[in-house]
Design a protein around this ligand. Sequence first.
Ligand code: X2X
Length: 372
Amino acid sequence: MNRKFRFWPALLAIFALIFFGTGNTRAEDYKQEYKLSVVPGASSGWGRTATFFADRVREKTDGRINIKVYHNSQLLSGKQTSEFPMLRNGAIDFALASTINWSPQIKELNLPALPFFIGSQPDRYKAMDAILAGKSGQMMAEAAEKKGVKVLGWSENGFRELTTSKGPVASPEDLKGMKIRVVGSPIFIDTFRELGANPVNMNWSEATTGFQQGVVDGQENPTNGINIPLKIWEYNQKHHSDWHYIIDPLLIAINPQVWESFSPEDQKLLMECAAEAEQFGKAASRIGMDNGESRAFLEKVGRLPEVTDPYAFMEEKGMIVTKPTPEQLQKFYEATRKVRDEWTQKIGPELVRAAEEDMASVNGSAGNAGAN
Ligand code: X2X
């Protein structure tokens, strides 16, 4: 090779250094826009938390990280259980995601969907917080990370309550034969079959049409998070059963390559924004249902929502709210024992035991139904 040919690669390298930097992560390396996936709509509690997170990230990073929120399963062509693989393979950068939608791929995330497991605790919100802050929450996050995403934090869709067009449900007999829309995750089919209902698997993007057309008699979703923002009473769903049978925590997660592309300072800011989103999201999900903490918090930060008493609001809209008694809840608890036992084996008995210990650390004894 003569001198001339060695000169050109050197010059090119100098130009490359000038134009592309030295490999340090700088704002120039960042994408103009990052895509964040959310399954339900912008007015849902979950959708509002996603917007909150994106806004805080933009503010705290001085616009270096610009997240666009795609609500309504837009990035998923409506198929909510494909969110996890799409985040893993980089088709999506961020997700505010339900454990339910990722549970087909990550079996540990079925833990919060064990029927009457968390909801039957004396203080169900403390129980959820203890899990997320404890060993079992760590185990769920690690399970997701092992499968190829980075977890930044948690938020909450809420305890899932039953609504129906057919009549009040206060005990398992009332559910017999009812067609209930559920997410395409097998534990839901098992739970509703065991309760004598007829579960029908449907994507959320099609579910509302299903309610309108009367294809199903009922569905289950959180009150503040989904049922009220959706105006579920306008879809024939007049009856609300406050049974808290499962809860739906939300993961705030990011594609690992995207995470690695950020500077350590920006990574730290992202973690801080995730912690803020957790506080906001939990308060939005719990307002009017906890000991008043959520309302006080939202008031303090100037983000009090329009509906602060969800039960009074639903009744105002003509819904019939049924609160099963402790004895009735005990019947649901007994009727779903087989599902809990079978799914404990699938989820991993060690994880379920860790969750029981986390819950017992704030609530006394674990596993007693019907106390709230
Ligand atoms: O599909 C549902 O019911 C929803 C919106 O709550 C979830 O994505 C789990």
